[in-house]
Design a binder for this molecule. Structure first.
Ligand SMILES: O=C(O)CCC(=O)C(=O)O
Ligand SMILES: [Fe+2]
Length: 329
Protein backbone atom coordinates (compact mmCIF):
# COMPACT_ATOMS: atom_id res chain seq x y z
CA UNK A 1 0.00 0.00 0.00
CA UNK A 2 1.37 3.42 -0.87
CA UNK A 3 1.94 5.63 2.15
CA UNK A 4 1.76 9.32 1.39
CA UNK A 5 3.22 10.71 4.56
CA UNK A 6 6.94 10.85 5.29
CA UNK A 7 8.75 8.49 7.63
CA UNK A 8 9.73 9.83 11.02
CA UNK A 9 13.14 8.50 12.03
CA UNK A 10 13.92 8.27 15.76
CA UNK A 11 17.39 9.75 15.36
CA UNK A 12 18.00 9.90 19.10
CA UNK A 13 17.34 6.19 19.46
CA UNK A 14 19.59 5.47 16.48
CA UNK A 15 22.50 7.30 18.10
CA UNK A 16 21.79 5.73 21.47
CA UNK A 17 21.49 2.11 20.26
CA UNK A 18 23.65 2.20 17.12
CA UNK A 19 20.86 0.73 15.02
CA UNK A 20 17.24 1.43 14.19
CA UNK A 21 14.46 -0.39 12.39
CA UNK A 22 12.60 2.01 10.12
CA UNK A 23 9.35 0.47 8.95
CA UNK A 24 7.60 1.13 5.63
CA UNK A 25 10.40 3.21 4.22
CA UNK A 26 9.90 1.64 0.79
CA UNK A 27 6.69 1.00 -1.07
CA UNK A 28 6.63 -2.73 -1.71
CA UNK A 29 4.76 -2.54 -5.01
CA UNK A 30 6.45 0.52 -6.41
CA UNK A 31 10.01 0.05 -5.10
CA UNK A 32 10.57 -3.68 -4.45
CA UNK A 33 8.38 -5.67 -6.85
CA UNK A 34 10.18 -4.13 -9.86
CA UNK A 35 13.51 -5.18 -8.33
CA UNK A 36 12.27 -8.75 -8.00
CA UNK A 37 11.09 -8.62 -11.63
CA UNK A 38 14.44 -7.22 -12.76
CA UNK A 39 16.37 -10.01 -11.03
CA UNK A 40 13.95 -12.68 -12.25
CA UNK A 41 14.64 -11.57 -15.79
CA UNK A 42 18.38 -11.44 -15.13
CA UNK A 43 18.39 -15.01 -13.83
CA UNK A 44 16.35 -16.07 -16.82
CA UNK A 45 18.84 -14.49 -19.24
CA UNK A 46 21.88 -15.87 -17.46
CA UNK A 47 20.44 -19.38 -17.25
CA UNK A 48 19.61 -19.32 -20.97
CA UNK A 49 23.09 -18.07 -21.86
CA UNK A 50 24.96 -20.48 -19.62
CA UNK A 51 22.88 -23.38 -20.84
CA UNK A 52 23.55 -22.42 -24.48
CA UNK A 53 27.28 -22.24 -23.65
CA UNK A 54 27.13 -25.72 -22.14
CA UNK A 55 28.00 -24.46 -18.66
CA UNK A 56 24.84 -25.73 -16.95
CA UNK A 57 22.80 -28.86 -17.59
CA UNK A 58 19.43 -27.16 -17.99
CA UNK A 59 17.91 -23.68 -17.80
CA UNK A 60 15.97 -24.93 -14.77
CA UNK A 61 13.15 -22.73 -16.01
CA UNK A 62 10.42 -24.60 -14.19
CA UNK A 63 11.88 -23.95 -10.75
CA UNK A 64 10.77 -21.03 -8.58
CA UNK A 65 13.27 -18.14 -8.45
CA UNK A 66 15.34 -19.08 -5.43
CA UNK A 67 15.49 -22.82 -6.14
CA UNK A 68 16.50 -21.97 -9.69
CA UNK A 69 19.22 -19.66 -8.42
CA UNK A 70 20.49 -22.36 -6.06
CA UNK A 71 20.62 -24.89 -8.88
CA UNK A 72 22.38 -22.51 -11.26
CA UNK A 73 24.92 -21.50 -8.60
CA UNK A 74 25.57 -25.12 -7.66
CA UNK A 75 26.49 -25.84 -11.28
CA UNK A 76 28.33 -22.58 -11.98
CA UNK A 77 30.30 -22.31 -8.74
CA UNK A 78 31.08 -19.00 -7.05
CA UNK A 79 31.57 -17.13 -10.33
CA UNK A 80 27.87 -17.63 -10.99
CA UNK A 81 26.93 -15.06 -8.36
CA UNK A 82 28.97 -12.14 -9.70
CA UNK A 83 26.43 -10.92 -12.33
CA UNK A 84 23.84 -10.35 -9.60
CA UNK A 85 25.89 -8.11 -7.36
CA UNK A 86 25.80 -4.32 -7.61
CA UNK A 87 29.52 -3.88 -7.03
CA UNK A 88 32.77 -5.01 -8.62
CA UNK A 89 35.40 -7.31 -7.12
CA UNK A 90 38.58 -5.80 -5.63
CA UNK A 91 40.96 -7.62 -7.95
CA UNK A 92 41.25 -8.99 -11.48
CA UNK A 93 38.64 -6.68 -12.97
CA UNK A 94 38.43 -6.84 -16.77
CA UNK A 95 36.17 -5.15 -19.33
CA UNK A 96 33.97 -8.25 -19.11
CA UNK A 97 33.62 -8.43 -15.32
CA UNK A 98 29.88 -8.66 -14.68
CA UNK A 99 27.89 -6.31 -12.44
CA UNK A 100 24.15 -5.71 -12.21
CA UNK A 101 23.15 -2.14 -13.09
CA UNK A 102 19.40 -2.03 -13.66
CA UNK A 103 16.80 0.75 -13.48
CA UNK A 104 14.66 -0.84 -10.76
CA UNK A 105 17.72 -1.27 -8.54
CA UNK A 106 18.74 2.36 -9.11
CA UNK A 107 15.24 3.59 -8.32
CA UNK A 108 15.26 1.69 -5.05
CA UNK A 109 18.69 3.12 -4.17
CA UNK A 110 17.45 6.66 -4.77
CA UNK A 111 13.82 6.31 -3.62
CA UNK A 112 12.83 9.78 -2.30
CA UNK A 113 11.08 8.35 0.72
CA UNK A 114 14.16 6.34 1.67
CA UNK A 115 16.42 9.34 1.15
CA UNK A 116 14.07 11.50 3.27
CA UNK A 117 14.69 9.02 6.08
CA UNK A 118 18.44 9.01 5.49
CA UNK A 119 18.43 12.82 5.48
CA UNK A 120 17.10 12.86 9.03
CA UNK A 121 20.27 11.08 10.16
CA UNK A 122 23.05 12.57 8.01
CA UNK A 123 21.62 15.84 6.69
CA UNK A 124 20.54 17.04 3.24
CA UNK A 125 23.83 16.73 1.29
CA UNK A 126 23.82 13.00 0.51
CA UNK A 127 26.31 10.84 -1.36
CA UNK A 128 25.67 7.23 -2.35
CA UNK A 129 28.69 5.29 -1.07
CA UNK A 130 29.83 2.51 -3.45
CA UNK A 131 30.13 -0.15 -0.73
CA UNK A 132 26.92 -1.89 -1.71
CA UNK A 133 25.77 -5.44 -2.27
CA UNK A 134 22.83 -7.61 -3.08
CA UNK A 135 22.64 -10.77 -0.99
CA UNK A 136 20.30 -13.38 -2.38
CA UNK A 137 20.65 -16.30 -0.04
CA UNK A 138 18.99 -19.57 -1.00
CA UNK A 139 18.19 -22.12 1.72
CA UNK A 140 21.63 -23.08 3.05
CA UNK A 141 20.99 -26.80 2.55
CA UNK A 142 20.65 -26.24 -1.24
CA UNK A 143 24.18 -24.89 -1.69
CA UNK A 144 27.60 -26.54 -1.55
CA UNK A 145 30.20 -25.52 1.07
CA UNK A 146 32.01 -23.12 -1.26
CA UNK A 147 29.05 -20.73 -0.94
CA UNK A 148 29.46 -20.23 2.80
CA UNK A 149 30.31 -16.57 2.24
CA UNK A 150 28.46 -13.43 3.22
CA UNK A 151 26.82 -12.77 -0.15
CA UNK A 152 25.05 -16.11 -0.35
CA UNK A 153 25.53 -17.68 3.08
CA UNK A 154 25.69 -16.43 6.66
CA UNK A 155 27.64 -13.29 7.52
CA UNK A 156 30.20 -13.20 10.29
CA UNK A 157 30.44 -10.50 12.97
CA UNK A 158 31.95 -7.23 11.83
CA UNK A 159 31.68 -3.47 11.93
CA UNK A 160 31.26 -1.85 8.53
CA UNK A 161 34.01 0.59 9.45
CA UNK A 162 36.27 -2.41 10.01
CA UNK A 163 35.89 -3.70 6.47
CA UNK A 164 36.58 -0.32 4.82
CA UNK A 165 39.82 1.66 4.63
CA UNK A 166 40.75 3.96 7.56
CA UNK A 167 39.74 7.03 5.53
CA UNK A 168 36.14 6.19 6.50
CA UNK A 169 36.80 6.42 10.25
CA UNK A 170 35.80 10.03 10.78
CA UNK A 171 32.88 10.02 8.37
CA UNK A 172 29.16 9.70 9.00
CA UNK A 173 28.72 6.71 6.69
CA UNK A 174 25.30 5.19 7.36
CA UNK A 175 24.51 1.60 6.42
CA UNK A 176 20.98 1.02 5.13
CA UNK A 177 19.99 -2.64 4.99
CA UNK A 178 16.84 -3.38 2.98
CA UNK A 179 15.08 -6.75 3.00
CA UNK A 180 13.51 -7.72 -0.32
CA UNK A 181 11.89 -10.74 1.35
CA UNK A 182 10.76 -10.61 4.98
CA UNK A 183 13.87 -11.23 7.09
CA UNK A 184 13.23 -13.68 9.92
CA UNK A 185 15.33 -15.55 12.46
CA UNK A 186 14.74 -18.73 10.48
CA UNK A 187 15.83 -17.33 7.13
CA UNK A 188 18.86 -15.42 8.40
CA UNK A 189 18.00 -11.91 9.51
CA UNK A 190 20.69 -9.59 10.80
CA UNK A 191 21.79 -9.63 14.43
CA UNK A 192 23.30 -6.63 16.20
CA UNK A 193 25.11 -5.91 19.43
CA UNK A 194 23.17 -2.91 20.75
CA UNK A 195 25.34 0.09 21.67
CA UNK A 196 28.50 -1.60 20.38
CA UNK A 197 29.14 1.52 18.27
CA UNK A 198 30.26 3.23 21.49
CA UNK A 199 33.15 0.77 21.91
CA UNK A 200 35.26 2.20 19.11
CA UNK A 201 36.66 0.22 16.22
CA UNK A 202 37.64 -3.28 17.38
CA UNK A 203 40.09 -5.73 15.88
CA UNK A 204 38.95 -7.75 12.88
CA UNK A 205 40.76 -10.96 11.97
CA UNK A 206 41.12 -12.52 8.53
CA UNK A 207 39.12 -15.70 8.04
CA UNK A 208 41.73 -18.24 8.97
CA UNK A 209 40.09 -19.62 12.09
CA UNK A 210 37.87 -22.65 11.69
CA UNK A 211 34.38 -21.97 10.40
CA UNK A 212 35.16 -18.37 9.47
CA UNK A 213 34.51 -17.16 5.94
CA UNK A 214 36.28 -13.81 6.00
CA UNK A 215 37.16 -10.81 8.13
CA UNK A 216 35.44 -11.12 11.48
CA UNK A 217 35.43 -9.90 15.05
CA UNK A 218 36.64 -12.71 17.33
CA UNK A 219 34.15 -13.86 19.97
CA UNK A 220 36.47 -12.80 22.83
CA UNK A 221 36.02 -9.21 21.72
CA UNK A 222 32.36 -9.30 20.81
CA UNK A 223 31.01 -11.01 23.93
CA UNK A 224 27.90 -13.16 23.92
CA UNK A 225 24.93 -10.78 23.93
CA UNK A 226 23.24 -9.90 20.70
CA UNK A 227 19.80 -9.09 19.34
CA UNK A 228 18.30 -10.61 16.17
CA UNK A 229 16.48 -8.00 14.10
CA UNK A 230 13.67 -9.48 11.99
CA UNK A 231 12.28 -6.95 9.49
CA UNK A 232 9.39 -7.00 7.05
CA UNK A 233 10.00 -6.14 3.42
CA UNK A 234 9.46 -2.42 2.90
CA UNK A 235 11.34 -1.67 6.12
CA UNK A 236 15.02 -0.90 6.61
CA UNK A 237 17.67 -1.38 9.23
CA UNK A 238 19.88 1.65 9.77
CA UNK A 239 23.28 0.76 11.19
CA UNK A 240 25.96 3.01 12.64
CA UNK A 241 29.30 2.28 10.98
CA UNK A 242 30.70 0.84 14.21
CA UNK A 243 27.73 -1.30 15.24
CA UNK A 244 28.73 -4.96 15.39
CA UNK A 245 26.45 -7.07 13.25
CA UNK A 246 26.18 -10.49 11.58
CA UNK A 247 23.58 -12.52 9.69
CA UNK A 248 22.24 -15.92 10.66
CA UNK A 249 22.15 -18.87 8.24
CA UNK A 250 19.14 -19.31 6.02
CA UNK A 251 17.54 -22.43 7.49
CA UNK A 252 14.19 -21.82 5.79
CA UNK A 253 12.86 -23.15 2.47
CA UNK A 254 12.67 -19.69 0.90
CA UNK A 255 14.95 -16.85 -0.14
CA UNK A 256 16.69 -14.50 2.24
CA UNK A 257 17.24 -11.52 0.00
CA UNK A 258 18.55 -8.09 0.94
CA UNK A 259 20.42 -5.08 -0.35
CA UNK A 260 22.90 -3.23 1.79
CA UNK A 261 23.55 0.33 0.77
CA UNK A 262 25.49 3.16 2.33
CA UNK A 263 25.08 6.91 2.34
CA UNK A 264 27.18 9.72 3.77
CA UNK A 265 27.51 13.49 3.64
CA UNK A 266 28.94 14.76 0.34
CA UNK A 267 32.65 15.51 0.57
CA UNK A 268 33.57 12.73 2.98
CA UNK A 269 35.75 9.82 1.78
CA UNK A 270 33.98 6.52 1.08
CA UNK A 271 36.46 3.88 2.27
CA UNK A 272 36.69 2.41 -1.25
CA UNK A 273 38.21 5.30 -3.19
CA UNK A 274 38.64 3.32 -6.41
CA UNK A 275 34.86 2.82 -6.76
CA UNK A 276 32.39 5.52 -7.91
CA UNK A 277 30.06 7.49 -5.65
CA UNK A 278 27.33 9.89 -6.75
CA UNK A 279 25.13 12.64 -5.35
CA UNK A 280 21.68 11.35 -4.40
CA UNK A 281 20.43 14.59 -2.91
CA UNK A 282 21.83 18.07 -2.56
CA UNK A 283 19.72 20.96 -1.36
CA UNK A 284 22.71 23.22 -2.00
CA UNK A 285 23.50 22.00 -5.52
CA UNK A 286 20.44 20.13 -6.81
CA UNK A 287 21.91 20.21 -10.31
CA UNK A 288 24.52 17.66 -9.18
CA UNK A 289 21.93 15.01 -8.25
CA UNK A 290 21.89 11.86 -10.40
CA UNK A 291 18.36 10.84 -11.40
CA UNK A 292 19.02 8.79 -14.51
CA UNK A 293 19.93 5.14 -13.92
CA UNK A 294 22.03 5.16 -17.08
CA UNK A 295 24.35 7.80 -15.60
CA UNK A 296 24.84 5.56 -12.57
CA UNK A 297 25.41 2.51 -14.77
CA UNK A 298 27.94 4.45 -16.85
CA UNK A 299 29.84 5.49 -13.72
CA UNK A 300 30.36 1.83 -12.82
CA UNK A 301 31.22 0.87 -16.40
CA UNK A 302 33.80 3.65 -16.61
CA UNK A 303 35.23 2.46 -13.29
CA UNK A 304 35.41 -1.07 -14.64
CA UNK A 305 37.39 0.11 -17.68
CA UNK A 306 39.75 2.09 -15.49
CA UNK A 307 40.31 -0.82 -13.10
CA UNK A 308 40.86 -3.21 -16.00
CA UNK A 309 43.88 -1.17 -17.09
CA UNK A 310 44.94 0.24 -13.68
CA UNK A 311 44.09 -2.04 -10.76
CA UNK A 312 43.90 -0.36 -7.32
CA UNK A 313 47.15 -0.46 -5.38
CA UNK A 314 47.68 -1.38 -1.75
CA UNK A 315 45.42 -3.15 0.67
CA UNK A 316 41.63 -3.28 0.70
CA UNK A 317 41.35 -3.25 4.47
CA UNK A 318 43.57 -2.37 7.42
CA UNK A 319 44.04 -5.75 9.13
CA UNK A 320 47.14 -7.93 8.92
CA UNK A 321 46.10 -11.06 10.86
CA UNK A 322 49.15 -10.44 13.09
CA UNK A 323 47.03 -8.74 15.76
CA UNK A 324 47.51 -10.70 19.01
CA UNK A 325 43.86 -11.65 19.36
CA UNK A 326 43.83 -13.10 15.84
CA UNK A 327 46.70 -15.47 16.48
CA UNK A 328 44.85 -17.13 19.34
CA UNK A 329 41.52 -17.20 17.49
O1 LIG B 1 22.99 -9.15 4.85
C1 LIG B 1 24.04 -9.62 5.29
O2 LIG B 1 24.25 -10.81 5.36
C2 LIG B 1 25.13 -8.72 5.78
C3 LIG B 1 24.80 -7.27 5.67
C4 LIG B 1 25.83 -6.37 6.23
O3 LIG B 1 26.83 -6.75 6.77
C5 LIG B 1 25.60 -4.94 6.10
O4 LIG B 1 24.52 -4.54 5.68
O5 LIG B 1 26.52 -4.17 6.42
FE1 LIG C 1 28.03 -5.09 7.36
Amino acid sequence: MAVATGVKVDVERFHDQGYLVVEDVLDVERDLDPVVAEYTQLLDELAARWHAEGKISSTHATLPFVQRLAQVLTEMGRAGYAPFDISLPFAKVTEETPIHLGPATFHMLTSPRLIDAVEQVIGPEILSNPIQHVRIKPPERLLPEEFRNSLVGRTDWHQDQGVALPEVDETDMLTVWLPVTDATIENGCLCVVPQSHTRGLVTHCPGRAEGRAGLHIPDEIRGTDYTPVPIKRGGALFLHRRTMHAALSNLSDGARWSFDLRYQPIGQPTGRPWFPSFVVRSRRHPETEVHDWRVWADLWRATRSRLASTPPEGKFNRWTGQEAVCEVA
